[in-house]
Design a protein around this ligand. Structure first.
Ligand code: ADP
Length: 354
């Protein structure tokens, strides 16, 4: 077997997660037979790719089928997050913008959004977390972050200097919330145009830098924030959080329909607070009924509430949270759904800009 034959046999493997060949997905970056040992570099579409060992096994069996006495391959992994990068038109360098929404409050939407940000970051991705829940901003508290975001000046596209908000950096995440700009007990009444202006500033006039994922915590239920977001930039999709009981599921169905109306694709549903109190499996069934992916269960667990209350969500993936593996699985599912949406989307012809 020569290098080209090795590459061809690896390119023919079907990726078990995405269902396309590694060749179609462009995942084999390098394949050579140095001293007879196959050396392979696989590029994953997200660092949260779930089962790397499975790919090693598939590579080895494909090689063995061609050349029975080949030694075990030396497989290394790199990653490059894929994304539509639709924020480019408003000057953003963010590969994927993911909204986290729910049909109603109190189902753990902000907890899930924060958990996703820490989880994706724990895999090595560059992540931002933006609080668009302007009626009840809880991201600063959950992350134990405070301080007022600084304003800086950067060269503008049309010459001169323009002002940009600098997100608060905490635990490797870039955070932005109206909660950093108002007193904790201050209520803000938002009129539509003000809300639109604030969200535009949070996106287009903020120095987010290069990010793989920006997670946005939406307000519960209503569609106004989602509509503004979808007008500003194309989102990679929305994650709908709900608890397993029937009443909550009905609201989640409404949330799915709302995202449909504002043209935001639904990445899937997460069942939160799974356990004895609220039950289990309701969201999975509903996801099937609604024809959207099921993204996993987050068990009800006192440590999740405690870490949130204490502003220690940064510890959610440590032993301080006994169910962290379930949470990590949800992060992987979300990241893979985002990758699939990007990789399996029909390639649209390039539009000519007149
Ligand atoms: P929402 O953003 O939907 O209003 P929050 O994220 O603020 O909801 O969560 C509401 C409350 O439920 C918080 O006190 C939070 O700590 C708690 N909570 C969320 N998810 C869980 C869970 N899986 N187990 C235990 N408590 C949870």
């Amino acid at each position: 077997m020569n290098d080209a034959e090795l590459k061809a046999c690896l390119d023919a493997i079907t990726d078990p997660e995405i269902g396309r060949t590694l060749g179609e997905l462009g995942m084999i970056k390098q394949a050579s037979l140095a001293d007879g040992t196959p050396k392979i570099e696989v590029e994953l579409p997200t660092p949260a790719y779930p089962d790397r060992e499975r790919l090693v096994e598939l590579a080895n069996s494909a090689i063995k089928a061609k050349s029975a006495d080949a030694p075990a391959a030396d497989v290394t992994f790199s990653w490059n997050v894929k994304g539509p990068e639709t924020g480019g038109k408003i000057g953003l360098r963010i590969k994927n913008v993911i909204a986290v929404g729910s049909g109603k409050g109190g189902v753990g939407k902000s907890t899930t959004a924060t958990m996703l940000a820490y989880g994706l970051s724990s895999f090595g991705a560059k992540v931002g977390l933006m609080d668009a829940d302007v009626y009840g901003p809880s991201i600063p508290h959950l992350c134990g972050a405070s301080g007022e975001p600084a304003v800086t000046e950067v060269p503008g596209a049309e010459g001169g200097l323009v002002q940009r908000i600098l997100p608060i950096e905490k635990d490797g995440l870039k955070l932005l919330s109206i909660g950093f700009m108002i007193k904790p007990d201050q209520a803000v009444v938002w009129r539509g145009p003000m809300l639109h202006k604030l969200l535009t500033q949070f996106l287009a006039q903020t120095e987010w830098g290069e990010l793989d994922y920006l997670i946005i915590d939406l307000p519960p239920g209503t569609g106004d924030v989602s509509l503004t977001l979808s007008q500003l930039l194309g989102l990679s999709g929305a994650v709908v959080v709900c608890t397993p009981q029937k009443v909550a599921l009905l609201d989640a169905v409404k949330a799915i329909s709302m995202f449909g109306q504002v043209k935001i694709p639904v990445l899937g549903m997460v069942e939160n607070m799974t356990g004895e109190i609220f039950g289990r499996g309701g969201a999975k069934q509903q996801a099937e009924k609604s024809g959207v992916p099921f993204l996993g269960e987050m068990p009800i667990d006192a440590s999740i509430r405690q870490l949130g209350d204490d502003g220690r969500m940064s510890e959610i993936f440590s032993d301080a949270c006994p169910v962290h593996n379930d949470l990590l699985k949800v992060c992987q599912n979300v990241a893979m759904q985002v990758a699939k949406a990007q990789l399996l989307a029909p390639q649209l012809p390039q539009l000519e800009v007149l």
